[in-house]
Design a protein around this ligand. Sequence first.
Ligand code: COI
Length: 353
Amino acid sequence: VSLIVTEEAKAAIKNFELPSELGFGQVLSPIMAVCDFKNGEWQNLEILPYGPISIDPICQVLHYAQEIFEGMKAYKVDNKGPFLFRPEQNWIRFNKSAERMAMAKVPQEIFMDAVMEVTRMSKDLIPSNSGESLYLRPFMFATDSGLGVKTSKSYKFMVVASPSGSYFSKDSVSVLIERELIRACPGGIGAAKTGGNYAGSLASAQKVNKLGYMQTMWLDAINHENIEELSGMNFFSVINGKLVTPKITDTILDGITRRSIIQLAKSLEIEVVEESLSITKLIDKIKSGECSECFASGTAAIITPIGFLAEENGTKYELPTIDNSIATKLRQTLLSIQEGRIDGPEGWVVTVK
Ligand code: COI
């Protein structure tokens, strides 16, 4: 497989001006990486100008949702970097998702070359304030034509990139406890980073938005009792000074930020508990004051404190605002590593040359 950078892509980068208002995932780098899988083989990896692609109306992905994606970031704060954070973990998870969705696996070289080259070519477009980054979105979808439900034999793997600010427009996130709908069931696809999980969250997101809140908190499918995750991020709480987070099962997305936070917390001598966490127990602990913090974690969300949990009937369980919170300490440590101010564990930060 060769990497081909087209002249059109180079020209697109040269002519691009970064808008002053970024938001999240709104402004796109003017290039994209594309690699097709057909006849059992990966074709050349091409860097093209960003733009529409043509697909058949009966392309499998449009009907049966055979699709997966990743979220990762390149950091270039204070002119250091660009740095990627644990990119091989995204590649590993991408192929786990591919396996669950019966898709072709992407070789490490193609995944990394695509991410690296898009980052390298976009390096002058990476915003430089702490917390800002180039959000990278590798994705792959089934391109066989036909209305029979079957495993596609051809796929398109792509990487696009978005110079982005923070995911949330506020400093904290408000969360609705979803007591009716469910996100994932044992044996299902909840652990795969596939579009269908996010599509399935939107009906709840509509309720959440109507009530003026920001994220859904999903409970387990069987008893509607144990906390799983939020729609696009993992969930953490601090109970009696310990960091408590639902343990990973096949119904929860195994967050790379989540895993990194757990490792950092342990190195900061914060006790970490990974176990099933009941919503009833959490509410009791919030009311008693034993639960002092809740926060969301993810590549996009970084670490964002949760201001309150709410029920559909309007009942709210507020978290106190505290100085020197564990969330703040972990967020600062994580960002300092990602942005290259302090050294993290071996191999976490990869420089894009
Ligand atoms: C990420 O955090 O990168 C994600 O993929 C979540 C997405 C909903 C923004």
